[in-house]
Design a protein around this ligand. Sequence first.
Ligand code: PGA
Length: 263
Amino acid sequence: YMNITSLDQMIHDTVAKYLKKQLIVAGNWKMNMTVQEGMNFLEKIGNTDANVIIFPPYTTLALLAGEMRKRGIHYGPQNFHFLDKGAYTGEISIPMIRELGCGFLLAGHSERRQYYNETDDILQKKVVKGVSSGFQVVLCIGENLEERKSGKWRNRLAEQMILDLKDLGHHELDSVLIAYEPVWAIGTGVSASIEEIEETHCFLKAFMRKIFGRELPILYGGSVNENNALKIGACSVVDGFLIGGASLDPDKFLKIIEISKRV
Ligand code: PGA
């Protein structure tokens, strides 16, 4: 049996664990960072017990995987193919990614959708492949400026979630995280307002409850930096960040990691 003090302690720890929101801090390096630059970056970050994920370019990913693992940083590629192998010049596959010890996959970033014609049809195949292969998939969705202004953003986001996540079972949804990234806020230096973020994440969570019978974690992305992270992260419907520009600067990224442990 347990004495009262240790039982008290146990309840205290359990409650604390559930109340404490450990935000996820994901960095998308895009087409930046050589291996040497990445090495310098990781040296500055040091070891971490926060929820940090980095998506480096392939070459850097391959050579820094061990370094990231040693530091407690999760990692994965910015893109992947849904087939295991074949004549697909320039692509990389799940077995290649698995070999590097990756835990996460980024899918459907708006730059991939926009510049490389990644459709919802392709993404649906990628998500199924990634999840059934045992990875956590960060699926990016987002509306463009016109859709935001005309009020069609709800339809666009709902459409992306339905098309990209259809065919996933209840259990498989455990392995999906949504990154809400308004296209008009990416790389512009102007993030969505707190009100817009709250309204959108609330909409997404309600929609998920209706369609999937459950909520998935939602990261916010689009000009997150060391100055606005605290305010954005403090929203109860925000589960973390997906960061581009500010993830390239170790000082800024470290500040955001610190913030993620405080909110
Ligand atoms: P940004 O990029 O932080 O530079 O706006 C975000 C993203 O594209 O994931």
